[in-house]
Every structure is written in C-alpha cells, then in structure tokens.
Design a protein around this ligand. Structure first.
Ligand code: MTE
Ligand code: MO
Length: 332
C-alpha cells in the first residue's frame, strides 16, 4: 500500500476542489439568513464562517504524508467538530461542541512515566516540537457504525517512545486522559470510569500509523476533538483514540481500559475494526459516512448510504501482521 501516488489522486486535492466550494456556498447561505434577520456585519460574517470551516483556531503547519493513501472525500469540518464522542462533556453527539468551551488546553503537561529509562513531564509546547508535524488523512470508525475521513496533524507516537527509552519489561502503553470536574461537566455521571483510560501493546504503539495528534484541518485540535493532544489509531474503533491525554505510562501488564470496564462483553482490549465480529447488540459489517447527507451528523449516521466496513478499517496491509496467530474473535 505504500505506493507513491499521482497528485490528482491525493485526498487533499480532492478536498480542495470538492469541499471548499460547498463550504463557501454554505457560509454565504448562512450569511444571507443572518442578513434577513438584520444581523449581518463583520461579526456575523466571522460567526458564519467559524461554524462551517476552520479559521478560528491557531494554525498548525504540517507536511502532507501521503504514504497511507486515502482517496475518500474528507468529512466537512462542520461535521468533524459537531458530531463527537467525548463523554467527559456529555453523552450526546452534540454535547462536546456545546460544552467543551470550559476545557483549558493551555497550560498543559503530559507525564511520560513507568517502565522507561527517561521518564519526563513534557510541556505541551515542547511536545509539539519533538518531531516534524505531518498531515495524514485517516478514516476514523466508531464502534457505533459511523465513520469520518479527517486530515489529522501529528507525528508517530514511536517518535516519543524512542526518546524515553522503554525498559525491556515494558509490554504495554497506557493512556490516561484529563479528569477535572471544574472543566468537564460530564464527570458527574457514572457512565464510564474516570479518568478515561486506554491501552496498546508495545508493538501497536510503535506502529508508524499510530499518530500522536495535535491538530486537524490545518489547525490545533478543537476542544471537542481532544485538545491539546490525543491519539488516532485508524485501524481500531474510535474509542481507542484517547482524547486530552495527560499521562502516558509504560507497564508490564495489559492495562485496564474504560470501555472494557464499563461493558467487558462488548468492548475488548484490542478493538480492531472487524466486520466479521459483531458487537453483541448490532452488526459491524457496514458503516455510514458522516457528512454524506445534509442536515448534521445525526442525519448521516441514520440515512447516509451503507458502506461495507473493511477489516482493520482498510489498514490491513499495514497492521494485519501484528495480529498473526491471535484469534481475533476471542481477542476482539
Ligand atoms: N477522553 C476521551 N477520549 C475519547 C472518548 C471519550 O469519551 N473520552 N470517546 C472515544 C470515541 S468512542 C470516539 S468514536 C472518538 C471520537 O473522536 P472525534 O469526536 O474526534 O471524532 O474519541 C474517543 N476518545
Ligand atoms: Mo466511538
């Protein structure tokens, strides 16, 4: 799959010619609506633009990495930032966009600890400069049966792992995310065990696809998408991609994960996207692409055409070898 591609096949070119005009059109329509309500003006123009497209957060320069080619049309920014799972801010898809304004992504520190030679607490600005930023267009598929295609910005987690020098006893990496009641209204509910915890086997964590992610669509992460730093693991269900990380811990045993604790028969440790292993309450054979029909993410989740879900979310050529000899029905 690591084939150099003709320029016209690249996702960014498709997006540039295809999505931008539509967003411009939507903004103009929103402006007209605001104008009719007597609200048009520079402020209204800014608001209308901010809703549909990037442009309100700090830019995060990155070099496109097209090694992992995705030609699917990108999910519009509007949907990427308003249809979210981030239970610390509520369990409805629209809650994170509405409630995550209270998250303070600065100052921020990430403690890298456990079985490593060089444990260290990184300031977010230091972490940002640790390795060259890449833009990678990845599919993200939620276990709920919807997916998105997003231009993420970050660098391989392996860059960080190499620098802290894991000890031979380190077999797993655990990600622990922020749990602060003052910033996160959803922590009052007992739906999940807080802080949110996820984990990977060391070889999964070292895989070049595993992206330590700081931005999307050319800018730093919006709060609702896990500012200031999250994981993106494109071959696993979305919940493995922990948001707003504060600790990365190297351990010798498989770490507990929040979703596995909440429902052990539904969410296993591995959580590789697998169309052949149904969730106990629904099939995983198909998915719907958010943004494919108009009317907000929720409409797409219900009414977009069904697509066949691919093994490992389409990244089998890169990652299937990690699981050779492992029974993926048992180790779901
Ligand atoms: N801390 C934290 N991280 C999280 C979650 C969460 O509730 N809390 N939800 C997960 C789930 S279920 C999904 S599908 C993805 C969604 O990421 P997105 O909103 O950026 O698309 O984030 C994952 N990371
Ligand atoms: Mo999810």
């Amino acid at each position: 799959m690591l084939i150099p591609s003709p320029k016209w096949l690249r996702g960014d070119d498709i997006a540039a010619s295809d999505i931008t005009p539509r967003e411009t059109y939507l903004s103009r329509r929103q402006l007209l609506a605001l104008g009719a309500a007597g609200l048009a003006g520079p402020w209204a123009a800014r608001q209308a633009f901010a809703q549909g497209a990037p442009g309100k957060l700090a830019k995060l320069p990155a070099t496109a990495n097209n090694a992992y080619l995705i030609t699917d049309k990108r999910t519009p920014y509007q949907d990427v930032t308003t249809y979210n799972n981030f239970y610390e801010f509520g369990t409805d898809k629209s809650d994170p966009a509405r409630n995550a304004g209270t998250l303070r992504p600065r100052p921020w520190q990430v403690a890298v600890e456990g079985l490593v030679k060089q444990p260290k607490t990184y300031d977010i600005d230091e972490l940002l400069k640790l390795a060259p930023m890449e833009e990678r267009v990845y599919r993200l598929r939620c276990v709920e049966g919807w997916s998105m295609v997003i231009p993420w910005i970050g660098y391989p987690l392996a860059e960080l792992i190499r620098r802290v020098e894991p000890l031979p006893g380190a077999k797993f990496v655990q990600f622990i995310t922020l749990a602060d009641k003052k910033q996160m209204p959803g922590l009052g509910s007992g739906v999940l065990e807080w802080p949110y915890s996820e984990g990977l086997r060391m070889d999964e964590a070292m895989h070049p696809l595993a992206l330590l992610t700081f931005g999307l669509y050319g800018e730093v992460l919006p709060n609702q998408n896990g500012a200031p730093v999250r994981m993106v693991l494109p071959w696993k269900y979305g919940f493995k991609s922990a948001k707003s990380i504060v600790k990365i811990r190297f351990v010798d045993k498989q770490p507990p994960t929040s979703w596995n604790i909440a429902a052990p028969n539904e969410y296993g440790f591995y959580s590789n996207v697998n169309p052949d292993v149904d969730h106990p309450r629904w099939s995983q054979a198909t998915e719907r692409r958010i943004g494919e029909v108009k009317g907000g993410g929720g409409f797409s989740a219900l009414f977009a055409p069904k697509r066949k879900t691919l093994p490992f979310n389409g990244y089998g050529a890169q990652v299937a070898s990690l699981y050779q000899g492992l029974d993926l029905r048992k180790n779901f």
